[in-house]
Design a protein around this ligand. Sequence first.
Ligand code: G1P
Ligand code: ZN
Length: 542
Amino acid sequence: MSITTVATQPIAGQKPGTSGLRKKTPVFMGPHYLENFVQSIFDVVGADGKTFVLGGDGRYFNDRAAQVILRMAAANGAARVIVGQGALLSTPAASHLIRLNKTDGGIVMSASHNPGGPHEDFGVKFNMANGGPAPEGVTEAMFQRTTTIADYRILEAHDVDLSSLGRSTLGGMVVDVVDPVSDYAALMETLFDFDAIRALFAGGFRMRMDSMCAITGPYAVEILERRLGAAPGTCVNAQPLPDFGGMHPDPNPTWAKVLMDEMFGENAPDFGAASDGDGDRNMVVGRGIYVSPSDSLAILAANAHLAKGYKGGLKGVARSMPTSAAADRVADALGIEKFETPTGWKFFGNLLDAGRVTICGEESFGTGSDHVREKDGLWAILLWLNILAVRGETVAEILKGHWLKYGRNYYSRHDFEAIETAKADAMMAALRAKLSDLPGMEIEGMTISAADDFAYTDPVDGSVSLKQGVRILFGDGSRIVLRLSGTGTEGATLRLYLERYVAGPAGLDHDAQEALAPVIRAAHDLAGIAAFTGRDAPNVVT
Ligand code: G1P
Ligand code: ZN
């Protein structure tokens, strides 16, 4: 076995976004592309003598990419790589393995909730020694490195057998193939009352878990069916497939429509849940009732003390800016700190590391806690199950009880995908230019009280993030937020976030879209969405 230094040329446009680098699979499979990015990672974080975790969500090219990354890690002097069997690991499980084994970080192969397959998306992200996504300074340095890279190092060697557990060596590097599920499942047992949940299932409680042919299948079958006694067949689409069976593994009412139909149909189970490609997102649904992620975060925060891992209470709660303020009301009632961060899980990392917050969440179906440094789909689903088991109420009863107590933040996100980038940029620029004129303006019977472009100063390290999204606030507590996605791979995606607060029983009366109608009209008027983008309706509504 010999180490080869391969001459390469920088490839334009390798800018990692908020969650690593995502590109169309053929781009990643193109000459030197994956290699350039992986070498840039090692050049920035250093590989010599280090230990890393490696795994991915099983999408097309996952297996080949893992072999390349292993050979490059060996050539760059890494001491040891811990790999999930079959090169599989969910994002939260990878985060846990990094922390459990005190490694120097990890590489996760995933494009999260984006479809997978030969013509779909692939991605690579680096997580730091704390288990969390690399911060902006690090991803920026990786990007800069890809623009100047002249060669990469790779070991000439046969494939490592990743199909069986155990230790082998690759050049001078140790490769440990580990079960992707067992350590993660053990962690869940420390946080939740498995006996209570087992009793719930034993009492006839029925659940549907849709893993959307992505990574959480093996985790869900082991934890829900084997350890917790959910009926066999509770978990569907539980086999990770390279093309996710053609599904779009994004757990929301649009893409998890089959689950939604079942939950709203006759003989619906008591509880439904879905997770995304790499297992960090979740959607929960009750029988005949959808739980918005913002409400889910608030309810989990309000009830977390019912699970043994959180019985001492929460240190604080953090939500991303576009997430509804429902969680803030819970934090206020609990008398704990609350934080509003820019979009992207990495902004929670410092708060978690500093012990300022225990639970965090985003409106984009992401919830998690200080047990790892990523959002965690199955964790949220298990916390819901724990709460349902202890309270003995239905999802609908818990949701309505919450709204009656705290008031309801009607909430929805409208996505306009694959808009021409120039048009989306022009729209945002025009909106930003008129923000200072908006306060005091009346529209749809509401008065604008403030408008700004969200800026965030990290309370832990003082770093500043500017231009994180336009916020338009109204006197009655309603709110409009607009920002462009940082994770799309085709054109631009405009995300329009809509919120309206109603206290008391009135908050039980309406469908969210109906309650938000005036806010939606105001948003279209103020931003001129149709005029700029040619689109008058979103293609995904959550
Ligand atoms: C989206 C979500 C965001 C999440 C990110 C990674 O980013 O909106 O909340 O952290 O995916 O899962 P966006 O495409 O909006 O930049
Ligand atoms: Zn994901």
